[in-house]
Design a protein around this ligand. Structure first.
Ligand SMILES: Cc1cc2nc3c(=O)[nH]c(=O)nc-3n(C[C@H](O)[C@H](O)[C@H](O)COP(=O)(O)OP(=O)(O)OC[C@H]3O[C@@H](n4cnc5c(N)ncnc54)[C@H](O)[C@@H]3O)c2cc1C
Ligand code: SF4
Length: 482
């Protein structure tokens, strides 16, 4: 434990964001970083409590948080790095965009502000890159066996990185022009600069991972080709089938899924071309975002940067309480109001509203008709039931409507269909305890099997799938010898 009285001596300190008027004029990262001295002080707040819930109950990766906090407090950054990299392949991603599930479970959080674990994690990895500790570390032994990973989001990258370090040859295929999945094409630059993704891809390449982009598996190359070349395959194609809004006017011009706007903006910033005929841009428009979650918030920040006249973000559920709700006591992940950097930049948030109709003129969206709703808890218990509030209908002007209501699953996938791979009723891919699908030698990782989730969970699942693949390949080697 760093400093015995640290949690009493120091208050939590967050780095904060760049000033709003400056940051909405560019797409650069909005969040600042703590100075080294501040990080050391924050690490001193860790109490090294007997049962570190942050580690066992909060962080899906089981990051060994008290230990790296202690090393940081004593200035032993290299040791802190080793502990961090033992459980997390990509702390530079989670250190920037993880909601910090660990902090919701931090024991100090019972009656004080939790330790700034995410910021400490980020400081450790960024210092490592700065000091040249993140040199390529290719494996000392190489097996002949090769693995194809399909999809280069955080899950696919974690599978590839883990198997490569274990000595397997790995090729990562992705239909997109650049690797990274949602890290590159969904999450806006102002939350995660793509230079951070590029830096990691370059490191993985230097360590031996091969990336083949612009290759849609199932269309550009067949499973038969993959099977002839590879000893195992891991599917990590994500879960990007968006939930649709079934109301009159859905087909009007100007109504789009959130990801369409976000992908286009990331492509523009990345120097990729966007078809002018299908261009979606919020500049000068009244924007309505349907869906109050993180994807909606990303659309809000993007719309403001594109120069929207007005942005309204609407959510059908009630506004959560400002503090942890009684229904999610510590150490559970707290249900509470989340205010993202984008919400601090502008726009209007409306809660408990349902869209009745999208209206337009000459086929183009002009407004949205909505109504306030209330959620009634049934007397006999069970889930609250939604009821429209009579006389509360209202109209919102809209030139651009963005549907950000989450994702229903992986959607159609040619390999899964052709090979009749077993799926769950939700559409996600079934897998056994080793992450193997119903087809021997084909594994699955990330959102494709979990349903839309978080980067930290995708990395965790990718690591678990890699363990399953490695065990399978080891069996194959053993069988060959016998
Ligand atoms: C807008 C948005 C913002 C988000 N923000 C956050 C955040 O701030 N923090 C957080 O923790 N989580 C966030 N998430 C969730 C997180 O990004 C996902 O849970 C995570 O990316 C899932 O990783 P994955 O590797 O399973 O899939 P993905 O990242 O979706 O990657 C799948 C990849 O597979 C490729 N692919 C699919 N099919 C094929 C095929 N047949 N052939 C070749 N390639 C194929 C796709 O092109 C894609 O690159 C966000 C999600 C969205 C949509
Ligand atoms: S990955 Fe997320 S949950 Fe885990 S320690 Fe880092 S910030 Fe916390």
């Amino acid at each position: 434990m760093g400093k015995v009285t640290g949690f009493m001596d120091y208050e939590r300190r967050d780095p904060g964001y760049r000033p709003v008027d400056a940051r909405v004029r560019d797409y650069r990262a909005v969040e600042l970083q703590l100075s080294e001295a501040e990080v050391v002080e924050q690490a001193a707040r860790c109490m090294d409590c007997g049962t570190p819930f942050c580690h066992g109950c909060g962080c899906p990766l089981l990051n060994v948080i008290p230990e790296f906090n202690d090393h940081v407090y004593h200035g032993r950054w290299k040791e802190a790095l080793e502990i961090l990299l033992a459980t997390n392949n990509f702390p530079e991603f989670t250190g920037r965009i993880c909601p910090a599930l660990c902090e919701g479970a931090c024991v100090l959080g019972i009656n004080k502000d939790p330790v700034t674990i995410r910021q400490i994690e980020l400081a450790i990895i960024e210092k490592a890159f700065e000091c040249g500790y993140m040199e390529p570390r290719p494996p000392k032994i190489r097996f002949d066996q090769q693995v194809a990973v399909i999809g280069s989001g955080p899950a696919g990258l974690a599978v590839a990185d883990t198997l490569n370090h274990a000595g397997y040859k790995v090729v990562v295929y992705d239909g997109a022009a650049q690797p990274g999945g949602i890290l590159r094409y969904g999450i806006p630059e102002f939350k995660l600069e793509k230079s951070v993704v590029d830096r990691r891809i370059r490191l993985m390449e230097a360590e031996g991972v091969v990336f083949e982009n612009g290759v849609k598996v199932g269309e550009d190359i067949s499973y038969r080709y993959l099977r002839s070349r590879f000893d195992a395959v891991c599917l990590s194609g994500g879960a990007r089938e968006p939930r649709d809004l079934k109301v009159p006017g859905r087909d009007l011009k100007g109504v789009h899924f959130a990801m369409e706007l976000l992908v286009q903006q990331n492509k523009r910033l990345g120097g990729e071309s966007v078809d002018p005929a299908g261009e979606i841009h919020a500049g000068g428009k009244n924007v309505v975002i349907i869906g109050g979650g993180d994807t909606g918030a990303d659309c809000l920040g993007t719309s403001l940067r594109q120069g929207a006249r007005q942005v309204v973000q609407m959510e059908i559920l009630p506004e959560p309480p400002p503090q942890r709700a009684a229904s999610t006591p510590w150490p559970m992940w707290p249900l509470q109001l989340r205010v993202s950097s984008s919400h601090k930049e502008g726009g209007v948030r409306r809660w408990s509203v349902a869209t009745r109709e999208i209206t337009g003129e000459q086929g183009v969206v002009k407004s949205l008709r909505a109504v306030e709703v209330e959620w009634i808890a049934p007397a006999q218990g069970g889930r609250p039931v939604m009821r429209e509030k009579p006389g509360t209908e209202f109209i919102v002007e809209a030139d651009l409507v963005l549907l950000a209501m989450g994702f229903s699953g992986p959607g159609r996938n040619k390999i899964v269909e052709d090979l009749k791979i077993r799926t769950e009723p939700s559409g996600t891919i079934w897998r056994d305890g080793r992450n193997m699908t119903s087809m021997p030698g084909i594994f699955v990782a990330g959102d494709m099997s979990m349903g839309a989730s978080l980067v930290v969970r995708a990395i965790t699942d990718g690591r678990n799938a890699a363990v399953g693949v490695a065990a399978y390949l080891e069996d194959q080697r053993r069988q060959k010898k016998e």
